[in-house]
Design a protein around this ligand. Structure first.
Ligand SMILES: Cc1cc2nc3c(=O)[nH]c(=O)nc-3n(C[C@H](O)[C@H](O)[C@H](O)COP(=O)(O)O)c2cc1C
Length: 234
């Protein structure tokens, strides 16, 4: 609570002009067309490996944007990347009964954003969402520590809980309910993958040019006799 008060006060002390003047010069490296693999997922693997090697905080964290089909209202939140299955999609796990779960059920499209400021890079991914097979979701859920399995049953995502005591009581009830089961059965939590288009930006195209290099890969439509792949556009 103290943190929020402090952050709010400091923001009030900063004028809009000062706020607008906050900027970082991104000049670590250039990004050329020849630096980017046309296969978006393979390219992503390289950048993720570099983010991990650079020991950036939460290198696998991404912002996931979904849309409420009824109102058109977008929403976003952070989730963790859990795999790149078959080099074909970006895998994450969520509760199907959460807000994002409902939104993805009604409108199975999403946008993902990875931002690694330490490397001056962002990756944008857009595409259709598919649910991963149920057995894959179960294996993942049951690989999590028991405390996190209990937590998933005790605190349904996106729902308001009256108090911390209520949450703790639910945890005790869940522990008692599943006392003789290890691992716990999987609640409606599962995996989803997304991919169709990816964009890459990094640093500056040229030291004098105030612009960010930006490349886009899109999944190529598969015609007769063709294999699936990516097209890189500049
Ligand atoms: C670092 C971090 C990682 C997170 N990872 C996940 C995740 O992998 N899956 C998930 O469903 N929620 C994850 N969350 C929680 C979500 O950001 C979000 O608060 C929650 O899923 C409810 O979102 P919704 O109400 O929009 O559905 C994470 C939060 C943080 C801060």
């Amino acid at each position: 609570m103290q943190f929020y008060t402090f952050a709010y006060t400091s923001l009030l002390m900063m004028t809009d002009a000062e706020l607008a003047a906050l900027r970082q010069t991104y000049a670590q490296r250039t990004l050329l067309e020849t630096d980017v693999l046309p296969d978006a997922v393979r390219q992503f693997r390289q950048w993720l490996d570099e983010a991990i090697a650079a020991q950036l905080p939460e290198p696998s964290a991404l912002t996931l944007a979904t849309v409420d089909a009824a109102t058109g209202q977008p929403s976003q939140r952070v989730v963790l990347l859990k795999g790149l299955p078959d080099d074909a999609g970006f895998l994450f796990y969520t509760n199907y009964d959460s807000r994002k779960g409902h939104e993805l059920a009604s409108q199975p499209r999403a946008a993902l954003n990875f931002f690694w400021p330490g490397l001056e890079r962002q990756v944008r991914v857009e595409g259709l969402i598919e649910k991963a097979p149920a057995d894959m979701s179960t294996t993942y859920f049951q690989s999590r520590p028991r405390g996190s399995q209990v937590g998933a049953w005790a605190s349904p995502q996106s729902q308001v809980i009256g108090s911390r005591q209520e949450l703790e009581a639910r945890e005790h009830e869940t522990e008692a309910e599943f006392a003789d089961q290890n691992p716990l059965p999987r609640p409606r939590i599962g995996a989803a993958t997304c991919c169709a288009r990816s964009g890459w930006s990094s640093g500056r195209a040229a030291p004098a040019a105030c612009m960010t290099a930006w490349f886009m890969s899109a999944r190529r439509a598969v015609g007769v006799g063709e294999s699936a792949g990516w097209l890189l556009s500049v």
